[in-house]
Design a protein around this ligand. Structure first.
Ligand code: G1P
Length: 297
């Protein structure tokens, strides 16, 4: 059966961002700058590069700045045009040209599974991608396009996996997988949300990219509260992994590229420094300064 082409990306962004208080008291954590662009812009750009130009952002209270960011600002554009500042003009226009961006509010920001359910009406009966804003994938390394290919080839759902040290697995969903002969992806037999290291089926962590069959919506409706009392996407995928036939089966793409975690203060700092070092406009000045700074510590 031919598969429906994937065009929709869902970005859950309703979380309260408590790890970054007080910065996130009145500002969405997704707007924290990664050098000079907010974190969410990297994620929307990644979706756009993979051909997903219909983006649904799941928002909530205090998230208005997200909508403003992806909107146009004619007065600012006119001022930059008058000054002849084409570089800055292009920079502010970039975020408003990344695709059609839609918003829906999740009144009660509890659990990734609930956030994904908020997308049901918008997504309809098509496979779709979910991108979590805490994980940034380096644009030089392909992940989403490969996951889309695997979804189209298998007709199931696809998670992104990455090897992490065993002691770190309790911060992630952990996957029980086997190789698929002749293929670069793996079959997922089981998933456990944030297990203790000794209970984890493997040190393969789910990272924040999913390409899902719409069957996940019905499963989420029937999924009870899991870890932390929240409806977990991992639990719904565990159900789909055990299901045969239409919409069943879960597969994994093991990512070995560069991923920047921005979910807590320490990893955020590391991500900003890494991105700044790699920038053509800043790196040549920033790297020697950083070396000197580190040598003096
Ligand atoms: C979510 C998922 C988890 C996954 C993680 C990736 O957890 O529930 O399975 O490993 O994202 O970042 P969160 O980090 O939102 O608590």
């Amino acid at each position: 059966m031919p598969q429906t082409r994937i065009t929709k990306a869902v970005i859950p962004a309703a979380g309260l961002g408590t790890r970054f208080l007080p910065a996130t008291k009145a500002m969405p954590k997704e707007m924290l700058p990664m050098v000079d662009a907010p974190a969410i812009q990297y994620v929307v750009a990644e979706a756009s590069r993979a051909g997903l130009n219909n983006v649904l952002v799941i928002t909530g209270r205090t998230k208005r700045a997200l909508e403003d960011h992806f909107d146009r600002v004619p007065s600012l554009e006119a001022a930059l045009e008058r000054k002849g500042d084409e570089k800055k003009l292009a920079a502010i226009q970039e975020s408003s040209n990344l695709g059609d961006i839609h918003y829906v509010r999740q009144g009660d920001p509890k659990g990734l599974g609930r956030a994904v359910l908020c997308a049901q009406r918008h997504v309809g009966d098509e496979p779709f991608a979910v991108l979590l804003g805490d994980d940034l994938i380096d644009e030089r390394d392909e992940l989403l396009a490969e996951m889309i290919r695997v979804q189209q080839a298998t007709g199931g759902s696809v998670v992104a996996l990455m090897e992490v040290p065993r002691e770190a697995i309790s911060a992630y969903g952990s996957a029980d997988v086997t190789a698929v002969e002749g293929e670069s992806f793996v079959q997922v037999h089981g998933l456990v949300e944030k297990p203790a290291p000794e209970d984890a089926p493997s040190n393969l962590a789910i990272i924040g990219r999913y390409v899902l069959h719409p069957a996940v919506f019905d499963v989420l409706h029937e999924t009870g509260p899991g870890r932390g009392g929240e409806i977990q996407l991992t639990d719904a995928l565990q159900t789909l992994a055990a299901r045969d036939g239409e919409g069943g089966g879960v597969y994994g793409v093991v990512f070995r590229g560069r991923r920047y975690d921005t979910g807590d203060k320490l990893s955020y700092l590391k991500a900003v420094v890494t991105l700044a070092c790699g920038r053509e406009d800043l790196g040549p000045q920033f790297r020697p300064w950083l070396e000197e700074f580190a040598a003096g510590l």
